[in-house]
Ligand binder design. Structure first.
Ligand code: CP
Length: 314
């Protein structure tokens, strides 16, 4: 593949290969192994049209730890603020011959559109409520390192699934790799139509969590609700917030996950978020660097062939 735009379309051996490559980078991302220069002479541009702490920073670290140059575009001070379009911005950056563009955008499909106009590699850093492929890969790596496998595990994804690109990418990856996925939330945020993705849908959190191996919580994305039903925080927490009482329904060794940013007291109680016997939230962030190291390296290696076939797109 030239780009990483989503988990959709990846086959199990390709996902396995990416996870294996990322696993091989964990010591390096922890600083236990010396940095590599495998991306020396490469240029990565981070182009984020939406806020980010984890994704943007970890792509920057992942590139720098392999010797690449990194440019962080400040969208608010770029010519986007003067009305330059997404495509004109992308074509302009492409003319400077970067190797990889990492793009986050509030509209679903925008990153794919951009990828069609450039001849560098493009990584989707999250597009609207569509996909966030590196998040699903880092979640899978975290689970695989803790449990040794993905297939046969029962994974609950809880909360605002409707607006979550993290949920979509995880559903696709986990079902592709043989896990049993349960979605839990009010039907306004987890419509029954999600069952078509090969998952079970629950509106009762205690029932849904029963015997789960993994409990993955999602942030309530009020900024994407635009006039839809916005639940009251207190009521939402009562029915769908993860606390000790509801967690007791899952397996005693169930792992607690959250992609971040967390809203404590809304979808998750601090007591369980900070229970580091079971909460792997910080480990997810750590695995994010390893996954992004593997993805950047793989795409940069694939690039030279692709460029020979398409010298200047646009
Ligand atoms: N999980 C995630 O994408 O976090 P950021 O929005 O901080 O990048």
């Amino acid at each position: 593949h030239r780009h990483l735009l989503g988990i959709q379309g990846l086959h199990p051996p390709e996902i396995q290969h990416l996870l294996d490559l990322a696993d091989g980078q964990v010591d390096r991302c922890r600083g236990l192994d010396k940095a590599s220069d495998g991306m020396a002479g490469r240029t990565v541009i981070n182009l984020f049209f939406e806020n980010s702490t984890r994704t943007r920073t970890s792509f920057e670290l992942a590139a720098k730890r392999q010797g690449a140059e990194v440019i962080n575009m400040q969208v608010s001070t770029s010519s986007v603020a003067k009305g330059e379009t997404l495509i004109d911005t992308a074509v302009t950056l492409n003319a400077m011959h970067p190797d990889v563009l990492v793009v986050r955008h509030p509209e679903s499909g925008a990153v794919k559109l951009l990828a069609e106009k450039v001849n560098c590699a493009v990584v989707n850093g999250g597009d609207g409520s569509h996909e966030h492929p590196t998040q699903a890969l880092l979640d899978a790596l975290t689970i695989r390192r803790r449990r040794g496998r993905l297939d046969g595990l029962r994974v609950a994804i809880c909360g605002d699934v409707l607006h979550s690109r993290v949920a979509r990418s995880n559903i696709i990856l986990l079902t592709t790799m043989g896990a049993q996925v349960r979605l839990i939330g009010p039907n306004t945020l987890v419509p029954a139509s999600f069952a078509a993705m090969g998952v079970e849908v629950f509106t009762n959190m205690r029932e849904g969590l029963s015997d789960c191996d993994i409990v993955m919580m999602l942030r309530l994305q009020t900024e994407r609700m635009r006039g839809n039903f916005i639940p009251s925080v207190r009521e939402y927490f009562r029915f769908y917030g993860l606390d000790r009482d509801k967690l007791a329904r899952a397996r005693p060794d169930a792992l607690i996950m959250h992609p971040g940013p967390m809203n404590r007291g809304v979808e998750i109680d601090s007591d369980v978020a900070d229970d580091f016997e079971r909460s792997v939230i910080r480990e997810q962030v750590e695995m994010g660097v390893a996954v992004r190291m593997a993805v950047l390296r793989l795409l940069a290696n694939n690039l030279d062939n692709a460029r020979r076939n398409q010298p200047f797109a646009g």
